[in-house]
Write a protein that binds this ligand. Structure first.
Ligand code: FAD
Length: 480
């Protein structure tokens, strides 16, 4: 069933010095880095989605914290800016790493000298092929979610990361049962204390939201279907990022008060009996009927198209293992963003989390490493991998998380200092051996730069411990 255009394309091998797969934030950043470093080199970008993701309004908030918006743009924008870039809109079907070639779904053969795989990740679904279980990943899947929600009376949200947190907070006019297997909500980012601080926001009645988003970050063509012909709603699109729910009215069928019920347990889809389309059985013994289930239990790296016939080392989480040059175990193949697993010996204050910021940093650093390798120049791991730093918003609060914010990997060898003002701020500091190794700042605390410095310079804070979180002391002044 191959069209003549495909047959023609398959006869020609197009060769590039650099090829990047994936038009998400990691891939686009990598392409931009390579195209500007090597204006005379041919750079190919192969991406399954019809639009690319670009970083806009980049702001370096502090040494390690960065903020930016993400815009969906047509690929032509990239080609206009960098004449040496060619974008192919098709998924990669297979890779022959030993021959340095790739095949695309639309029948092309592409050769490369250096390749960077930035194919992202897809939602880990509780069960496959269950029409009542949805994953949220890209614009299409949010639209599907929105459509189903408009006639729903009750949904079950499973998962405890950032996406589940946002969903539970944003959905209106529909009862939400939130199945959380951890001791506290938002376990990926917070501890029980921060969760306690945030719970009143969930229970509060909020004013109705404008139906029209004031600042749409994700531009979609009005009324048009941007999906590739024949593509499903999962897999092909880029992952959404901060404010993904903006521009989507997440409203259910009922004018009821939203009831989020954090409930402990894991979910098993049980046979459909009774009044609801689907029932879930929780490990706490409850059976809950609902219109559908949102599975927000993490992601699986998109590696399938690249594995057959090659020798990639995979990490436990299924990502392509990369070293401190973003290099995979295959020669001349690099990887960045959600698809990869950082397997270098990390700094004591950094960990990989599949986040927007790290996708940008890894894509940029991969581009620099590819360039350095071509020029046979040495390159050190970048400073951005020194300290984990993330800035975001949950429940309308500014949230800054730094270093080992949840005492990850510290065992009992740590001490916590906490300051909490109800409805205003929550500040947590993680100390090890008297030195600050992590922090969670919720609200307008204005402490991020000072704490970042204290974490980076590893000053012994033992003498100041009692004053560190004293609200009457200007801490910035104190350590100036
Ligand atoms: P993606 O953005 O997923 O891009 C992958 C690209 O690869 C896509 O263009 C896709 O079309 C392409 N592709 C895939 N397979 C192939 C193939 N075989 N051939 C060709 N192309 C292929 N992060 C934050 O920091 N803050 C947040 O608030 C936040 N919220 C989120 C909310 C949601 C609902 C989701 C799903 C994620 C959120 N994230 C957030 C995570 C963030 O979006 C991701 O970490 C980030 O987008 C990863 O970027 P990436 O470039 O690695 O992958």
């Amino acid at each position: 069933n191959v069209s003549s255009a495909e047959r023609m394309a398959s006869h020609q091998m197009q060769r590039f010095q650099f090829v990047v797969v994936g038009g998400g934030i990691a891939g686009v950043t990598c392409v931009e880095q390579l195209a500007s470093d090597f204006p005379s080199a041919e750079v190919g970008l192969i991406t399954a989605a019809s639009h690319i993701k670009a970083v806009a309004n980049f702001k370096q908030v502090s040494q390690t914290l960065e903020e930016f918006d993400v815009e969906e743009r047509p690929p032509s924008v990239l080609q206009e800016k960098y004449p040496n870039v060619t974008v192919f809109q098709s998924a990669v079907r297979s890779l022959q790493a030993d021959q340095h070639t790739l095949q695309t779904e639309d029948g092309r053969s592409v050769g490369y000298e250096k390749l960077c795989i930035c194919s992202g990740a897809r939602p880990k679904l509780l069960t496959q092929d269950q029409p009542y279980v949805l994953g949220v990943r890209d614009t299409d899947s949010v639209q599907e979610f929105q459509k189903r929600l408009s006639s729903a009376k009750r949904i079950v949200v499973v998962g405890n990361g950032g996406i589940a947190l946002e969903l539970v907070f944003e959905v209106r006019g529909c009862e939400v049962v939130w199945a959380v297997k951890d001791k506290a909500i938002g376990n990926t980012f917070f501890d029980a204390g921060a969760a306690q601080f945030l719970i009143p926001s969930l229970e509060a009645q909020r004013p109705p939201r404008d139906a029209v988003c004031k600042r749409a970050r994700y531009t979609t063509e009005q009324g048009g279907d941007r999906r590739r012909p024949g593509s499903g709603s999962t897999g092909a699109g880029s992952a959404l990022g901060p404010d993904w729910h903006e521009g989507f009215l997440l409203r259910g069928a009922e004018q009821v008060r939203r009831q989020a019920q954090p409930s402990k347990g894991q979910l098993m889809v049980s046979p459909t009996v009774g009044a609801w389309p689907v029932y879930v059985r929780l490990t706490n013994g409850r059976t809950v009927g609902c219109d559908f289930i949102v599975s927000a239990t993490g992601v699986v790296p998109n590696t399938d198209a690249f594995l057959q016939g090659n020798n990639f080392s995979l990490a436990e989480d299924g990502g392509l293992r990369v070293d401190d040059h973003m290099m995979t175990s295959e020669r001349d193949v690099y990887a960045a963003g959600d698809v990869c697993s950082a397997c270098w010996e990390p700094s004591a204050l950094w960990q990989q989390m599949r986040l927007w910021t790290q996708a940008r940093q890894m894509g940029w650093f991969a581009g620099r490493c590819m360039a350095a390798d071509v020029l046979t120049q040495p390159i050190e791991l970048d400073f951005c991998f020194e300290l984990f730093a993330h800035i975001t918003k949950f429940f309308n609060y500014k949230v800054v998380i730094l270093g080992k914010f949840n005492a990850q990997g510290l065992g009992a060898d740590h001490e916590l200092l906490v300051r909490c003002t109800k409805g205003q701020e929550y500040v947590k500091v993680v100390l090890r051996g008297g030195k600050m190794v992590g922090a969670v700042l919720v609200g307008e605390t204005d402490l991020e730069e000072t704490f970042e410095n204290l974490i980076l310079n590893q000053m012994d804070l033992t003498p100041y411990k009692d004053e560190l979180l004293n609200p009457n002391i200007d801490i910035e002044d104190y350590f100036d």
